[in-house]
Design a protein around this ligand. Structure first.
Ligand code: LLP
Length: 419
């Protein structure tokens, strides 16, 4: 992680010493590198050079307003999945025409909100949703721009909870039904068909599933256009993985070099492209600093109890995910260390952050949980009435607070006592 590296045994975020940030802002503390975000984005931009392409950051990965601002200012649109995310785009000054709205369960209220905002496209996931969206648009005397999410039925070879392009999951419409559903969409008064989309899963580290999905989608593009329905854009979703633990995903520009070669070979090189990357733009642009509270040796396991927990970093509990855990200040001379399970204070056995990690630590030391920029703060909860952590955005030698630490009072704001 070039933007989070040691200098004289101290972990830096760009040009800022992270231990100093932790001393000022307390722990747990998320620290993001703006340069890391922009360099991840630059890899996609290089890949799309000379093409008509729109990058819509899948903001569910990290929807903090200042993070959205970074991407909005760099020209990105946003892939949203709720009315709440739309309001975040508005609050961050994003371009609403570059917003696409994904998700299987959009409510009528959310549809109205997005139509009124003038978003670029609804990525519709079922026939029933098409009918409702058309009704809502007609009532507003508008036409909703739509793309239909098709299910290419390819195996992204990732964790089952984050694999979405296979038959038998709730997303998208089946390949076999796609043409008929497009014809239905084209017949509805409140809709304007503008594109086609797919998304096959997340944390994908191989190119082949993408190439297979592209083939399947292009087969449909051919069939749909042959039926007289023009598709102005093709949206290939997100899903590109990051390096958590010796994972070796392709670089975004390398992935797109191969995908664009296929697109060109099949004669669709001139089509407008859209993508919806989330994790690959922010995942390795963030870390979470935590303090060791207690060391608890045991007969079977040694526990390293830290002040961050599953409510801050839910991915290990939810997906058995691996995050590297490293010291914030490294000992000058290396020692053997002790094997620990690194766990949080939450009252659940599932509240672990790392298992069987070799660490040379004492109570009061600080650790950095790496690759914490995606699906950490955006999935954080207040379980055990723990306020959510503070967030900082580093740019060079400047660190700026972008989210204040939540107080207990913040966590029960809106709750009412009985008379
Ligand atoms: N587009 C759609 C329609 C999606 O459902 C997703 C993610 C993305 C784009 C962005 O995918 P990405 O580029 O981030 O892989 N919480 C899980 C990941 C859930 C992904 C959900 N959908 C995790 O922490 O691993």
């Amino acid at each position: 992680h070039p933007h989070f590296a040691y200098r004289d045994n101290a972990l830096f975020a760009e040009d800022v010493r992270t231990s100093e940030l932790a001393a000022t802002y307390g722990t747990p503390l998320f620290i993001y590198s703006k340069t890391a975000m922009l360099s991840a984005l630059a890899s996609y931009q290089r890949g799309f050079e000379g093409r008509d392409a729109q990058i819509c950051y899948a903001m569910k990965a990290n929807s903090s307003l200042a993070v959205l601002q970074v991407f909005a200012r760099a020209g990105c649109g946003f892939d949203i999945v709720s009315g709440g995310e739309l309001e975040r785009v508005q609050a961050a000054g994003g371009d609403l025409k570059k917003v696409i709205f994904s998700g299987v369960g959009k409510t009528r209220t959310e549809m109205r909100q997005a139509l009124a905002a003038g978003i670029g496209c609804f990525n519709v996931e079922s026939e029933a949703e098409l009918d409702v969206l058309s009704q809502v648009a007609v009532a507003m005397k508008l036409r909703a721009p739509v793309s239909i999410r098709v299910n290419p039925n390819v195996d992204p070879k990732t964790h089952p909870y984050i694999s979405t392009g296979l038959k038998g999951n709730k997303f998208g419409v089946a390949h076999e039904d796609a043409l008929r559903i497009y014809q239905h969409a084209a017949s509805l008064e409140g809709l304007k068909v503008v594109g086609i989309d797919c998304h096959i899963g997340s944390q994908i580290t191989e190119v082949t599933p993408y190439l297979d999905a592209m083939d399947r989608v292009l087969d449909l593009v051919a069939a749909i256009e042959a039926a007289g329905i023009a598709l102005a854009h093709i949206d290939f979703g997100g899903g590109l993985g990051i390096n958590y633990n010796n994972d070796m995903p392709p670089e975004a520009d390398e992935l797109w070099r191969q995908l664009l070669a296929k697109l060109d070979a099949r004669g669709y090189g001139g089509k407008k492209l859209m993508i919806e990357p989330g994790r690959s733009l922010v995942g390795n642009a963030g870390i979470c600093i935590t303090e060791v509270l207690y060391l608890k040796p045991g007969e079977q396991k040694n526990f390293c109890i830290i002040d961050a927990a599953m409510n801050d970093l839910p991915r290990p509990a939810m997906y058995q995910a691996f995050h590297a855990i490293v010291p914030v200040e490294r000992a000058a001379t290396e020692t053997a260390g002790v094997i620990y399970d690194v766990v949080g204070p939450v009252c659940e056995s599932g509240d672990w952050i790392g298992r069987d990690r070799v660490l040379d630590v004492a109570a009061g030391d600080q650790l950095a949980v790496m690759s914490a920029g995606a699906y950490c703060m955006s999935m954080a909860s207040n379980y055990n009435t723990r306020g959510r952590a503070a967030e900082l955005l580093v740019d060079g030698d400047l660190a700026r607070l972008i989210r204040a630490r939540e107080t207990a009072a913040d966590t029960f704001r809106g709750e009412l006592l009985m008379p």
